[in-house]
Write a protein that binds this ligand. Structure first.
Ligand SMILES: *Cc1c(COP(=O)(O)O)cnc(C)c1O
Length: 451
């Protein structure tokens, strides 16, 4: 195993914004009530101005503020590894690299955006942040970032995860956050769901509704989103910018880049810095998005406008979606259960620049175990989807005898997911067939607005 490091000075000074480089302009977001194009000021009740500016920016490079870079230095630049022991285990001529984001205090890539979001909110006088969390990684990242800036953080955590993942909750509470199992009786959105079904397991869409409602109700409170929107994707580009430099150090450039997709932020963060070379025709690099078969957004969803949340409080986003009412099966990769994906990623997928594949949990856990036994790291179930995609590429390279260069994103460690590994090792992990009717039912609820 070879580790490729950058010095702190080599950490990017700017984030890369893909918006001005997209092959066609991104369709506007729409206001959830009027269905008219969203104006930047519509977001002011829930986001700080600096973040709103970034969300709509057409500037290709955006400076990373010094206080944010100082905090990034706690764990950045993150290491890039050559997985030569895995290559040998697979008997492949491919060179496999992975960018490891599990070194952050919260254990995933999410602090890359949690820190700038907390920073800009604190700068603008906000005292309290609300957010949603599924598996708990985003909630922990924001709790960590909030603690650095003295902000109160309130997390609406999907109830099934709250019950299944007590250690994630404890991590958030350790950083000082208030954590509620969602749906709660604290918001109209939550009370409405509970009235229909007191046993509701919750969903990301419901938790987002609760967090937005809470933020809208208070002057001192803003909302922070962990994925999908342009500003989140922007902040995550530190991953790919570093990886590019690290590959340059060993004279390599990827033929294929693979990432897992929940809302698309780590995938976009890793791949977008390579995208201009592909868009200009300078490089034929392929980009492969790996998603769970239980929430098959890119592989089986529809490209159109949809709400980010169940209560329809957030703006309509132009994205590929399985419908805001879709409740995915309870897979262990909780971070991949969002019904839509980042609009920029969906556009690039629609235009043929991004391929997508869906995997079942047993096949991804089998890869995570093989990886742990060859490369040592125990990765998150989410990241294991990217690994599965990378291994498929490496096996194809073996078939064809081509020394492909494969880069994949290892978005987080799996230390809080050992119960899932336990289930896999005991042969008790379920694969889920998502039935077409469920998706169709959820898609029937899409707003009737053409994209
Ligand atoms: C949240 C999370 C994901 C999925 O979110 P994206 O926005 O798609 O990146 C993937 N991996 C890990 C470790 C996560 O915590």
């Amino acid at each position: 195993m070879k580790k490729i490091l950058l010095t702190e000075d080599q950490m990017p000074q700017q984030w890369y914004n893909v918006l001005p480089d997209l092959p066609t302009p991104l369709a506007p977001y729409l206001h959830p009530e009027t269905l008219q194009p969203l104006k930047p000021e519509d977001l002011a009740p829930m986001l700080p101005q600096a973040i709103i500016d970034q969300e709509f920016s057409s500037q290709r490079w955006i400076d990373i503020p010094d206080p944010v870079r100082d905090l990034y230095r706690m764990w950045r630049p993150s290491p890039l590894y050559r997985a030569d022991r895995l290559e040998r285990a697979l008997d492949t001529p491919a060179r496999i690299y992975f960018k490891y984001e599990g070194v952050s205090p919260a254990g995933s890539h999410k602090p890359n955006t949690a820190i700038p979001q907390a920073f800009y909110n604190a700068e603008e006088g906000i005292r309290r942040l609300t957010t949603e969390t599924g598996a708990g990684q985003w909630g922990s990242a924001l709790s960590f970032a909030g603690s650095l800036f003295g902000l109160d953080v309130v997390v609406y955590m999907v109830k099934t995860s709250y019950e299944a993942k007590p250690y994630r909750r404890l991590l958030m509470q350790t950083w000082g956050a208030e954590v509620h199992p969602s749906p709660t009786s604290l918001t109209d959105a939550g009370r409405k769901i509970l009235a229909e079904n007191p046993e509701s397991p919750g969903s990301l869409g419901i938790a987002i509704s609760e967090a937005i409602e809470d933020a809208l109700a208070r002057e001192d409170t803003n909302f922070a989103l962990g994925s999908a929107m342009n500003h989140v994707v922007l902040h995550q580009t530190v991953i790919g910018l570093e990886a590019r430099k690290q590959l340059e150090l060993v004279d390599d450039y990827p033929d294929v880049v693979v990432g897992c997709v929940g809302g698309g932020s780590n995938f976009a963060g890793l791949t977008f810095p390579f995208m201009p070379d592909r868009l200009s025709g300078a490089r034929p690099t392929r980009f492969v998005a790996a998603e769970p078969a239980a929430c098959p957004t890119l592989t089986r969803g529809t490209y159109g406008y949809d709400y980010p949340d169940t209560a329809k409080l957030g703006p309509l986003l132009p994205m590929r979606t399985v419908g805001h009412g879709f409740v995915p099966a309870p897979i262990h990769a909780g971070g991949l259960r969002f019904h839509g994906d980042a609009p920029t990623l969906c556009l690039l997928h629609d235009q043929g620049y991004v391929e997508a594949r869906a995997y079942q949990q047993n096949e991804v856990f089998a890869e995570a175990i093989r990886f742990a036994r060859s490369e040592g790291f125990v990765m998150a179930p989410e990241s294991s989807h990217a690994l599965r995609g990378a291994v498929e590429e490496a096996l194809a390279a073996r078939e064809s005898g081509t020394p492909q260069v494969i880069l994949f994103g290892l978005s987080g460690h799996g230390h809080f997911d050992l119960a899932a590994f336990d289930a896999f090792l005991a042969g008790e992990l379920e694969d889920f067939d998502t039935n077409a009717e469920e998706i169709e039912r959820a898609l029937a609820e899409l707003p009737r607005v053409p994209l």
